[in-house]
Design a protein around this ligand. Structure first.
Ligand code: PEP
Length: 251
C-alpha cells in the first residue's frame, strides 16, 4: 500500500500565538493511522517554533519554498541545508502562487526540486493547469510539461524521494474544487506517464490533490484510487477542519 499524506500549506499566515494553539490542537487531535502521514508547511520564521512543538510527534513539517542555490549572495533566499537544520522533512516546490506571482518557470522549479533533494529534503512538487488551459483541453499537456521539466533534469528515480501534488490553479483558494473524477483523471494520467519509465515507482508514488479541499469534500476526493491525500491551504489553518480532512484520508 503506498503512503498517504495530508500536508497543510499555511501560506503567509500565522503568528507565534496562533501557531501555538493550532499545533497543540493538531498534536492532540491527529490520530496515528497505518500508512498515513501528516505535515505542516510553515513560513520560514516559524520553523524553529514548529520544530520545537512537533519534534517527537507524529506530524512532520516543511517549508513552502527553497532556493535552487546552496549558499551565496542571494538576498532573501533560504537554502535546503538551512531548512534541514530546522528538521524540515518537506519543501513545497512549484506551487502555482510561486509560479504565477514570482515568475518561477519550469526550469527554476526543476532546479529547486534538485536543490531540495541535495539537502536531504523531500520536495512536494506541485503541478496543475489554469482555468483557460483546462477549458482549451490542455490540462494533460500542461501537467506533462511541468512534470517532464523536472524528470528531464532529475531523472525518474528522483521521484522515489518526492511527493507530487496535482493542484488545478482554478481550484486554489477559490472554494471551487475539482470534482473527484476530474482529480482522479489527472492523477491517473500522472501515474501512467511516470509508469511508462518506471512502473513500480509510479505505483508507489504519493500523489496529493490540492485545491479547496474542505472537511465536507475530502471524503469523496480521497476515495478516488489515485488520490493519496491532500495539500491543504485555507482549511489547514483551522485545527478542527484539518483534523477532519486527515481523518478522511484514513483507509
Ligand atoms: C494550496 O495552497 O496549496 C491550496 C490547495 O490552497 P486551498 O486549499 O486554500 O485551495
Amino acid at each position: 500500500m503506498r503512503a498517504r499524506l495530508v500536508a497543510g500549506n499555511w501560506k503567509m499566515h500565522g503568528s507565534l500565538a496562533a501557531n501555538a494553539r493550532l499545533l497543540d490542537a493538531l498534536k492532540a487531535g491527529l490520530e496515528r493511522a497505518e500508512g498515513l502521514g501528516y505535515a505542516v508547511c510553515a513560513p520560514f520564521p516559524f520553523l524553529p517554533q514548529v520544530s520545537e512543538a512537533l519534534s517527537g510527534s507524529r506530524i512532520a513539517w516543511g517549508a513552502q519554498n527553497v532556493s535552487e542555490h546552496d549558499s551565496g549572495p542571494y538576498t532573501g533566499e533560504v537554502s535546503g541545508a538551512m531548512l534541514k537544520e530546522f528538521g524540515c522533512r518537506f519543501a513545497i516546490v512549484g506551487h502555482s502562487e510561486r509560479r504565477g506571482l514570482y515568475g518561477e518557470d519550469d526550469s527554476r522549479v526543476a532546479a529547486k526540486f534538485i536543490a531540495a533533494q541535495r539537502a536531504g529534503l523531500e520536495p512536494i512538487l506541485c503541478v496543475g493547469e489554469a482555468l483557460a488551459q483546462r477549458e482549451r483541453g490542455e490540462t494533460e499537456n500542461v501537467v506533462a510539461r511541468q512534470l517532464d521539466a523536472v524528470l528531464d533534469v532529475a531523472g525518474v528515480a528522483a521521484l522515489a524521494n518526492a511527493v507530487l501534488a496535482y493542484e488545478p490553479v482554478w481550484a486554489i483558494g477559490t472554494g471551487r474544487n475539482a470534482t473527484p473524477q476530474q482529480a482522479q483523471d489527472v492523477h491517473a494520467f500522472i501515474r501512467k506517464r511516470i509508469g511508462a519509465s518506471d512502473r513500480a515507482l509510479a505505483g508507489n508514488l504519493t500523489i496529493l490533490y490540492g485545491g479547496s479541499v474542505k472537511a465536507n469534500n475530502a471524503p469523496e476526493l480521497f476515495a478516488m484510487p489515485d488520490v493519496d491525500g491532500g495539500l491543504i491551504g485555507g482549511a489547514s489553518l483551522v485545527a478542527e477542519d484539518f483534523i477532519a480532512i486527515c481523518a478522511a484520508a484514513q483507509r
